[in-house]
Ligand binder design. Structure first.
Ligand SMILES: [Zn+2]
Length: 489
């Protein structure tokens, strides 16, 4: 079962907009047939589509790093972001956190190659943000070296004096005892129960639990190391624990974790894999063999179907092999890049928005000028002043919006950049941890028959959705191009 959240967004000024309730209904129907359990709704009800106020969306992106959900389900692709660059940035973030994205109703207005283009953009967006954060990180490092705190909660055992961390002599002995106890093998529950009886800590209104204890035991500040994201500075803080004890605790944590948690299985084909016999989706399941060995497989979600089970790793391997042969192949890169460029050129939305905003800005400036002339001519009332302030505000907002849009339009990719990204994908074709990216980028749908695997790629000449009946027709007449030969899995 995929732990899934639904994201829904509604703008009242769009025509034929599906209501929030309608979007959720479609998503719930989709979840029923795709082995998903809905654990939360994130909803943005914008009064106007002109504002980009999406507090729930941003909260959802933030929550995606918590590990509480595995998938995001939205009604259609356009729910996600207002332009392709935005969309690429947020999708890259979600994917980095291991989150899958599903659409209840498929609509790919640009044709399936839009998905490939978006994947290439995701790669570039990541590259750009990495470059930007390099600059920010240099600034952070400087401050850390000076031992300055960056806000947030001060760890137990320290206090902040003049923005610097200093040892709290009252709390520090407890920190030492906690590390020693844990290293000796004392149970976590006994440790945090004892901590909760401490007057100095309980007074803060919080209670220790397994995760706060875990955060403490892995916090490198106690050995003097200050880490912020991937910036790491040694001897930045006075240490409370020596390194030997700290390392002993780390290996115990690792040992305990190995014996309690189960690895999360990522079924790479879920959402794209369908049964050729009955058209239902195929979902991932875990089973145990007679010899008590766990194995993972894909199975048809229709209980009455006679479809076989397919071993997860084998099926995924075969799909990747065909993808590399049929599409992620340097001899096709020029053609794919050309298709992507066509879509990009047809996508003039950013330019439309830009010219509209520029017109609004000119109009606002004219209004301000007229008002200034009126003031100079001596026509002043209290409302004149209010109106002027209002117009200045408007002008300021428009200028910000224009520069944001200009930034977006700079994200158009060139043919060389697309081919470069395709080559980056090609280089990683044998890397299992990259399979996910390859499948997301290039594969549209897969149908499995007893004797054939039919893969529909995100590359389409007819600009029409490939349906089950199209595939079935082709299957019957056996003129499939991208059909694998029978495999016994
Ligand atoms: Zn079936």
């Amino acid at each position: 079962m995929l732990k899934t959240i639904i994201y829904a967004r509604y703008s009242s000024d769009k025509q034929n907009e599906q209501s929030i309730e309608g979007q959720i209904h479609e998503c719930e129907q989709f979840a029923k047939t795709h082995d998903m359990v809905i654990i939360k709704h994130y909803i943005d009800r914008a009064l106007s589509g002109k504002t980009d106020d999406r507090p729930s969306f941003l909260q959802m992106i933030k929550d995606s790093s918590s590990g509480l959900f595995d998938a995001v389900l939205v009604y259609k692709t356009d729910r996600f972001a207002r332009n392709r660059y935005d969309s690429a940035v947020y999708k890259a973030k979600l994917k980095k956190n291991g989150i899958k994205i599903f659409y209840a109703k498929e609509n790919i207005p640009d044709g399936p190659e839009g998905i490939i283009l978006e994947s290439m953009l995701e790669g570039f967006a990541e590259y750009y943000s990495a470059e930007l954060s390099q600059k920010v990180k240099r600034g952070i490092k400087e401050n850390i070296r000076k031992g300055l705190s960056f806000g947030g909660a001060c760890p137990f055992g320290y206090k902040i004096v003049n923005k610097k961390y200093v040892i709290d002599d009252e709390q520090a002995p407890y920190v030492k005892k906690i590390f020693e106890d844990y290293a000796k093998g004392r149970r976590a529950i006994d440790i945090f129960n004892e901590l909760n009886t401490l007057p100095n800590y309980a007074g803060k209104g919080r209670k220790w639990n397994r995760s706060s204890l875990n955060r403490m035991l892995t916090n490198k500040k106690y050995i003097g190391i200050y880490e912020l994201e991937d910036v790491c500075v040694k001897d930045a803080i006075p240490p409370i624990i020596d390194e030997a004890l700290f390392n002993k605790v780390q290996s115990r944590i690792l040992f305990n974790r190995r014996h309690t948690t189960r690895a999360k299985v990522n079924y790479l084909l879920s959402g794209k894999l369908f049964c050729g016999l009955c058209e239902h989706s195929m979902t991932g399941k875990t089973g145990t063999s007679k010899t008590k060995v766990k194995y993972h497989y894909y199975v048809c979600s229709n209980r009455h179907c006679k479809q076989k089970k397919y071993r997860k790793e084998l099926l995924e391997d075969i799909i990747i092999q065909y993808t590399v042969k049929d599409i992620l192949n340097p001899k096709h890169f020029k053609m794919i890049a050309k298709k992507c460029l066509e879509i990009q050129q047809a996508d003039n939305k950013i330019n439309d928005i830009l010219s509209m905003l520029k017109k609004q800005l000119t109009a606002t400036k004219t209004k301000i000028n007229n008002l200034m002339n009126a003031i100079e001519a001596g026509i002043i009332t209290t409302s004149t002043k209010d109106r002027l302030e209002q117009l200045e505000q408007e002008k300021y907002k428009l200028e910000i919006e224009i520069s944001t849009q200009q930034l977006n339009s700079n994200m158009l990719l060139s043919e060389e950049q697309i081919i470069y990204m395709l080559n980056e994908f090609y280089k990683k074709r044998a890397d299992v941890s990259f399979y996910n990216q390859i499948i997301d980028c290039f594969i549209y749908k897969i149908y499995i028959y007893f004797d054939k695997i039919c893969i529909v790629y995100n590359l389409n000449n007819s600009n029409k959705d490939v349906t089950y009946s199209d595939i079935n027709e082709l299957y019957k007449s056996s003129h499939l191009n991208s059909c694998g030969s029978p495999y016994d899995l």
